[in-house]
Design a protein around this ligand. Structure first.
Ligand SMILES: Cc1cc2nc3c(=O)[nH]c(=O)nc-3n(C[C@H](O)[C@H](O)[C@H](O)COP(=O)(O)O)c2cc1C
Ligand code: SF4
Length: 670
């Protein structure tokens, strides 16, 4: 017998049986790839939520149009190409026994796009309110982030001077319909229309943002026209009984904004339009950072009173939200008829064992402390993470998020005959048995009027590379050869090529007479960079690690490349500048995060204690000496051990190593 009989009783919603009254509310993750497709980390995240024991998981904020995304890492459903990934996501949720619901959204004026869509152009009164609320918003962020955020937002406000056109409106209405059809095809059990948080549907309903005189704006009835047209479009595109829920804003907390009476009236309209359930929410970006609203939202079950009224006026299931922190509180809300279902947003993210612990009363739930650190993470486009998670989970999340912006598209740069020789010698490092998605581009630079011997050498090299790829099981067309003539300034030419081709790996051979090569490599950010050197010890690899987040990227790179190769002998070393035990612990943690084998050892080397030098110089000297005396042929290291000001003051280890080594192949992972 459960201690919470109301919470753990089933309920029919939209023709689906909810096994209990607990719903994982939509909370934007920012874990989609930059092109809007589902990432494996996003699937892992939602799988954990589904596995928590809730009855339904609502996947947050999926954009129905390309111009409706809130962030760079927004999940999208505006094209058929998104269906396969979403299908995997729906299955992952259902396999854990939860109903899978997809929230559909268009962010309207809050969209990250060059032409945000607004029901009506912003008025001067509205604009000054926005600028005013920006101050509260900024208070929320660390000082160093405020400048860039303010600049971005003021830039966005500037784009709010034009209303969306009739064509825009018709297109977005259709986008919602087509997206719902895709959600259905992907296997989701339901969709939820995002009518809250100040996004487009909410913008049409609100007098604060909708200043249209008639038609799609004006009186209450007219302001419901757009959301209702969206609902009709969705209904038209999905099977007859496919449930469509609605995220309803019940208080906007801005002047002339949506208030409870209007929200209740709209709820009844939604019920008449066959909406399957109402999930209540309150506040928008314009209000939730104001001190008064923050104070209100800090209370537990802060929507309780309003929810009682909402549940009383409709006959469809309602979901409450807003700091429902304990199972006892949740059970009571259901028992008293305040809401039919309990939405858990942040509380479930802090502790995915929330539901299990409600069953087993001896285990203590980790509480959400309402610090809103997660919201900052999401706004700063760093992906959802919680301040109360273990450091390991936060590091893992940061790493996974960094990996989302990476591509490993390789560019090999060949400028002269010496480079051809180096690349020939280095090929075992660069290509191994057939790998998926490995399509290098070889950029061959020819000087205008160069001799025939060079032409011949280049042509022979092209043939040879093709043969090697062939022998290693790659098909025709794997390597793309780009031949360009130049008249000097190679640095600029190669730099432009890297930018235009959006390469994620850049390999160039070393040449001590041409310092532009090192300069070019060191300028690149967020890439794998290699300066190749034709030495016979390339298979003897040293990986200096400082156990900073950059080390995680190095470990991931190795996991994807050399770590499983028998012909390579890889040693991880750390220049120990303090006690060994914390470093050892961190090493074990990092292996776990990056899924490297547990038995990979870390060797310590001591820095020379040269009092005249700073620590960075001593670390560089110790590394360089080890590399040379032990005859390592390849060095693989992170480029960004230190960040910002520290790097500027102390110099960077990777830059020091780059400049002091001449005979080794050096990989820098940024
Ligand atoms: C970081 C963050 C992201 C959110 N993203 C969404 C979203 O994408 N869609 C939505 O309907 N609500 C979103 N919300 C609102 C939550 O669903 C929820 O209503 C709110 O956090 C209050 O409930 P809670 O106290 O259970 O978290 C978000 C809230 C937070 C903190
Ligand atoms: S970061 Fe803070 S507000 Fe967000 S879920 Fe964690 S404890 Fe709650």
């Amino acid at each position: 017998m459960t201690a919470y009989p109301f919470l753990f009783s089933p309920l029919q919603v939209g023709g689906h049986q909810m096994k209990n009254r607990l719903i994982a509310l939509p909370v934007h993750t920012g874990f989609a790839y930059p092109d809007g497709t589902v990432s494996s980390w996003l699937i892992d995240f939602y799988t954990r939520l589904a596995d928590s024991g809730v009855a339904m998981v609502v996947v947050a904020n999926t954009a129905v149009s390309a111009d409706g995304v809130v962030s760079k890492f927004n999940l999208r459903i505006d094209k058929d190409k998104f269906i396969p990934g979403l299908s995997k996501l729906a299955k992952a949720i259902q396999n854990k026994g939860a109903i899978a619901c997809l929230q559909l959204n268009h962010a309207g004026r809050f969209a990250k796009t060059s032409r945000p869509l607004l029901p009506s152009a912003v008025t001067s009164e509205n604009l000054s309110f926005n600028v005013e609320s920006l101050k509260d918003f900024m208070e929320f962020f660390p000082f160093e982030k405020r400048f860039s955020l303010t600049r971005y937002l003021l830039g966005q406000f500037n784009k709010w001077r034009q209303a969306m056109t009739c064509d825009d409106r018709a297109r977005v209405i259709e986008d919602f319909g087509l997206s719902a059809a895709r959600a259905c095809e992907a296997g989701f059990d339901m969709v939820e229309l995002h009518g809250a948080n100040g996004y487009l549907l909410c913008q049409y309903l609100s007098c604060f943002t909708n200043k249209i005189d008639s038609g799609f704006g004006g009186n209450f009835h007219e302001r419901t026209t757009f959301p209702l047209a969206v609902i009709q479009s969705v209904k038209k595109n999905v099977p007859k009984n496919f449930p469509v829920g609605y995220r309803l804003i019940i208080r906007e907390w801005v002047p002339q904004g949506i208030d409870l009476p209007e929200a209740l009236a709209f709820a009844q309209v939604l019920e008449k339009n066959k909406i399957a359930y109402l999930s209540a929410s309150a506040g928008t970006y314009n209000s939730i950072f104001s001190p008064a609203v923050l104070k209100n939202m800090a209370k537990t079950a802060y929507l309780k009173k309003d929810m009682a009224k909402l549940t009383a006026v409709v006959g469809i299931p309602t979901i409450t939200s807003g700091r429902i922190t304990t199972p006892l509180m949740a059970d009571k809300l259901v028992k008293e008829g305040i809401a039919d279902l309990i939405g858990l947003g942040r509380p479930l993210r802090v502790d995915p064992l929330w539901v299990a612990k409600a069953v087993d009363k001896n285990r203590k739930i980790i509480q959400c402390v309402n610090c809103n650190w997660c919201l900052k993470q999401v706004v700063l486009e760093q992906g959802f993470a919680c301040s109360r998670w273990s450091e390991e989970l936060r590091d893992r999340t940061r790493l996974e998020h960094q990996l989302m912006t990476r591509n490993y598209k390789p560019l090999w740069v060949i400028c002269d005959i010496d480079d051809i020789y180096t690349f020939r010698k280095s090929l075992p490092l660069l290509i191994r048995a057939k790998k998926k998605n490995f399509f290098p581009t070889v950029l061959m630079l020819r000087q205008a009027l160069q001799g025939r011997a060079v032409d011949q050498a280049q042509n022979k090299f092209i043939e040879w590379v093709k043969d090697v790829f062939d022998l290693n099981g790659y098909g025709d067309g794997t390597v793309n050869f780009v031949v360009k003539e130049h008249k000097g300034n190679l640095e600029k030419l190669v730099y432009d090529e890297i930018c235009m081709g959006d390469y994620g790996q850049v390999f160039i051979s070393s040449n001590s007479k041409e310092d532009w090569r090192d300069r070019l490599l060191y300028k690149q950010q967020g890439k794998v960079l290699a300066r190749l050197c034709a030495n016979i010890r390339q298979h003897k690899v040293i990986v200096p690690v400082d156990l900073s987040p950059a080390t995680l990227l190095v470990m991931i790179f190795l996991r994807k490349t050399l770590i499983r190769e028998k012909n390579f002998n890889i040693s991880f070393v750390n220049v120990l500048t303090g006690k060994s035990s914390p470093v050892e612990r961190q090493w074990e943690k990092m292996k776990k995060i990056t899924k490297l084998k547990k038995n990979i050892p870390l060797e310590f080397i001591r820095p020379a204690n040269n009092m005249g030098n700073n620590m960075t110089t001593n670390v560089i000297s110790a590394l360089v000496e080890t590399i040379i005396t032990r005859k390592y042929g390849t060095v693989i290291m992170g480029k960004r051990g230190l960040s910002g000001i520290k790097r500027w003051l102390l110099g960077s280890v990777s830059s020091g190593v780059l400049h002091r080594l001449t005979d080794q192949t050096l990989f820098l992972i940024d």
